[in-house]
Design a protein around this ligand. Structure first.
Ligand code: ADP
Ligand code: MG
Ligand code: MG
Length: 251
């Protein structure tokens, strides 16, 4: 489903190279985890997948279902089934969460040539998904992410993901800011979305999340390159040994 080939990318404004030849393949139905120390380029990789304009791809390619997405803008990528749950969700004052969700869902349906959902149909879907994620109905009336706790912001991201039903879900440190109960709720929400026709790229620092969302593969990103790939046992190894050993071996 996703094939990242020798991807080099830099910050458009300063020219600083962040990704230095990332190679990664994620198959349909697979959950791939990306781990790595702070500053490795994990968030940058997620932004570049989503099509954020502050970065420039200088070499390599990103293939999604066999086709390059580099020329597609973020809305086109979303319509094609790509979703990014942000590490730091933005606060949007003045836009009720419910209004935002409805606009996001309907603009995506429009881009796919589907009809708009009726309000009752939309309300039913939001309420079902919100209940699964233990999101209070009152929260949906508040402006998106404004004054939400860290955990509430992350749950709101997963609610968007559940409603939009993407094919490729990229989750950037969704576990940060979650207490253990919220971690379980969010993980259950994600696991409920696992399916043979959907893939996940789960970015995390901690093995803890991967006890709940068990990955098929684990990749270590360091200084803009994947320096080690393995199965779920690699996450346990990193937890006990730290990143230093794997970095030393790669050097
Ligand atoms: P991670 O998510 O793995 O912690 P990031 O992708 O956030 O890493 O950052 C990787 C490196 O790129 C860091 O050194 C960061 O400071 C730098 N970086 C990312 N975006 C920019 C930017 N827009 N301008 C300058 N430096 C950036
Ligand atoms: Mg970081
Ligand atoms: Mg990050």
């Amino acid at each position: 489903m996703l094939e990242i080939k020798n991807l080099h990318a830099r910050v458009a404004e300063t020219g600083t190279e962040i990704l230095r030849g990332v190679d990664l393949t994620v198959k349909t139905g697979e959950v791939a985890a990306i781990m790595g120390p702070n500053g490795s380029g994990k968030s940058t990789l997620s932004y570049i997948l989503a099509g954020r304009e502050d970065y420039e791809v200088t070499e390599g390619d990103i293939l999604y279902n066999g086709e390059s997405i580099l020329e597609m803008d973020p809305a086109e990528r979303a319509a094609a089934g790509l979703f990014l749950a942000f590490q730091y969700p933005l606060e949007i004052p003045g836009v009720a969460t419910m209004t935002f969700l409805k606009a996001a869902l309907n603009s995506q349906r429009k881009a796919r040539g589907e009809s708009e959902l009726t309000t009752p149909d939309f309300m039913r879907r939001v309420k079902d998904s919100a209940a699964n994620l233990k999101i209070d109905a009152a929260m949906l009336k508040r402006p998106l992410n404004v004054g939400f706790s860290g955990g509430e912001k992350k749950r709101a991201e997963i609610l968007q993901m559940a409603l939009l039903e993407p094919k490729l879900c990229v989750m950037d440190e969704t576990d940060s800011g979650l207490d253990i109960d919220a971690l379980r709720i969010v993980s259950e929400g994600v696991n409920a979305l696992r399916s043979p026709d959907r893939a996940f790229l789960v970015i995390t620092h901690y093995q803890r999340l991967l006890e709940h969302i068990v990955p098929d593969s684990v990749h270590v990103l360091y200084k803009g390159r994947i320096i080690r790939s393995g199965g779920k046992e690699l996450a346990l190894h990193l937890e006990s040994e730290g990143y230093a050993q794997v970095i030393g071996e790669a050097a």
